[in-house]
Design a protein around this ligand. Structure first.
Ligand code: AMP
Length: 191
């Protein structure tokens, strides 16, 4: 299996690039953010709980997120692999993902980390709010908080995969097609 963690701060292009990677490599795209948002839309209990964190730009608690991710993975029979988009966001999630994948006789192949500076991220998120309708994209204070949470809690996950020799930084600035080509090259070199 080809299991990719597509990593990066909010607004770094994970969702856009995930779609391109799933198309080329025939992978399942799992975005915990998308799953939470669809639960919010359907007004499930999980959605209500998740919204109380997401609306402030905080992380949804690990236990809830890990359980959700595991049950999503198990929905697919004989997948070619997964793109994990927006997961793991903490070292505890990364460890839980490793343990879970190993119980399924597979593992993470590599982590591709999109690198984009903070000013560019803030600009992209505000622009995205015009079409996404996401409240967490529209409010500069929430954006600041998401970036702070990323720097404090999520960025250390890079070290986790670096220690396993799986971390590959990718320049996330430039034309979308160029960034896609960089991702393809990194995957093809490893695959
Ligand atoms: P995203 O769509 O990936 O930007 O995620 C939107 C929001 O969903 C985040 O700001 C978090 O509140 C929540 N979320 C998504 N994925 C995770 C995760 N792996 N761990 C905790 N919270 C998450």
């Amino acid at each position: 299996m080809l299991n990719i963690v597509l990593f990066g701060p909010p607004g770094s292009g994970k969702g856009t690039q995930s779609e391109r990677l799933t198309g080329k490599y025939n992978l399942v795209h799992l975005s915990t953010g998308d799953i939470f948002r669809s639960n919010i839309k359907e007004e499930t209990e999980l959605g209500k709980l998740a919204q109380s964190y997401m609306s402030k730009g905080q992380l949804v608690p690990d236990s809830l997120t890990i359980d959700l991710l595991r049950s999503e993975v198990l929905k697919y029979e004989n997948p070619k692999g997964f793109i994990f988009d927006g997961f793991p966001r903490t070292n505890a999630q990364a460890k839980a993902l490793d343990d879970f994948l190993s119980s399924q006789n597979t593992s993470i192949t590599l982590m591709l980390a999109l690198e984009v500076g903070e000013d560019e991220l803030k600009m992209r998120l505000l622009k995205r709010s015009e079409v996404s309708g996401r409240v967490d994209d529209a409010d500069p204070a929430i954006i600041e908080n998401r970036i702070r949470v990323y720097n404090n809690e999520t960025a250390p996950v890079k070290d986790y995969y670096s220690q396993q020799g799986k971390f590959i930084p990718i320049d996330g600035i430039g034309a979308i097609d160029d960034i896609t080509s960089r991702l393809f090259s990194a995957i093809d070199a490893k695959n």
